[in-house]
Design a protein around this ligand. Structure first.
Ligand SMILES: Nc1ncnc2c1ncn2[C@@H]1O[C@H](COP(=O)(O)OP(=O)(O)OP(=O)(O)O)[C@@H](O)[C@H]1O
Ligand SMILES: [Mg+2]
Length: 283
């Protein structure tokens, strides 16, 4: 549903005399409808810039981005593009605009000119999805970080988007808030939503169908999580971690133990190690 063709971007503007460094360097890729894509990369590798190119917040300097066939460089289409591709940012406080939860969620569909009765229906449904119905009359300022993020997500859901991009939306939250937001993402996935998750947490990325690793404006890797995390050394070279279980198995393999190289979930790691211990005992 989102297609990039030879897209490059830099932050220079018309007055800049010195050419700025390319922040996105000739990237072509496609985000398929209904998929769950995680984007990883060191600080400044271009993740947020890429995300903003996905929904027309930024326009490519060269190449083409289309959303359901609509070119993001066509200003007449921007409204429709941003309605289809919603974005949840890092800081929940910057995304709250109204004085009650309900009004906040209604804000975006109101701006789209949706009928009042339909707005009420959508707000109720969106609050239900994120599990915030009983807080509908509350002031957002009284909520925890995780709750505020869920309200921000409800505001996006109320626009009926096809895709939601989360740009490090769990980075400022405590473990409880992070879990709340991840559970909400899981729910959205079950409802068929296309999800792009930008994160520094490897244990969030393992649940994606596909992981894109950015490095200095280039796509360094693009594959399912097991394939990505089996490249432990390369990931470390470009400033990334791997899930704890992957790291443990990597070290055991280095020490000569025979274990599968592509484990990413703690349970399967535990199982593989248990099997190994039992085998050793039998000898
Ligand atoms: N508004 C801007 N003006 C000028 N340069 C910018 C601007 N925003 C980002 N950059 C630069 O573009 C590069 C890519 O930044 P971007 O924010 O896309 O990276 P990121 O991968 O999202 O990083 P982080 O993990 O820190 O969020 C960096 O070198 C950054 O300094
Ligand atoms: Mg960023």
């Amino acid at each position: 549903m989102i297609k990039l063709e030879n897209v490059s971007f830099d932050y220079s503007d018309a007055e800049d005399l010195i050419p700025a460094d390319k922040v996105i360097n000739n990237i072509s890729l496609e985000i398929e409808k209904g998929s769950f894509v995680a984007i990883l990369g060191h600080n400044g590798s271009g993740k947020s810039t890429l995300a903003k190119l996905f929904n027309g917040i930024l326009i490519p300097k060269s190449g083409r981005v289309t959303v359901d066939g609509m070119d993001t460089s066509d200003e007449d289409l921007l409204f429709d593009i941003r309605r289809r591709v919603g974005m949840v940012f890092q800081n929940p406080d910057n995304q709250i605009v109204a004085t009650t939860v309900e009004e906040d969620v209604a804000f975006a569909p109101e701006n789209l000119g949706v009928e009042p009765s339909e707005i009420r229906r959508r707000v109720a449904e969106a609050l239900e999805t994120v599990g915030m119905t009983r807080f509908r009359q509350h002031s957002p300022s009284q909520l925890s970080g995780g709750q505020k993020q869920r309200v921000a997500i409800a505001g996006i859901i109320a626009m009926k988007p096809e895709c939601i991009i989360f740009d490090e939306s769990t980075a400022m939250l405590d473990p409880q808030g992070r879990k709340e937001v991840l559970d909400t993402i899981t729910k959205l996935r079950q409802d068929g939503m296309t999800v792009v998750l930008i994160t520094h947490y490897m244990n969030e990325a393992v649940y994606a169908d596909r992981v894109i690793v950015m490095n200095d404006g280039n796509v360094e890797m693009d594959a399912p999580p097991r394939q990505i995390f089996s490249k432990v050394e390369r990931l470390k070279e470009i400033g990334l971690d791997v899930p704890q279980v992957t790291e443990l198995i990597f070290k055991l393999r280095e020490a000569g133990y025979s274990l599968p190289h592509d484990l990413v979930f703690p349970e399967e790691g535990a199982e593989a190690i248990e099997k190994l211990i039992l085998e050793h005992k039998q000898r």
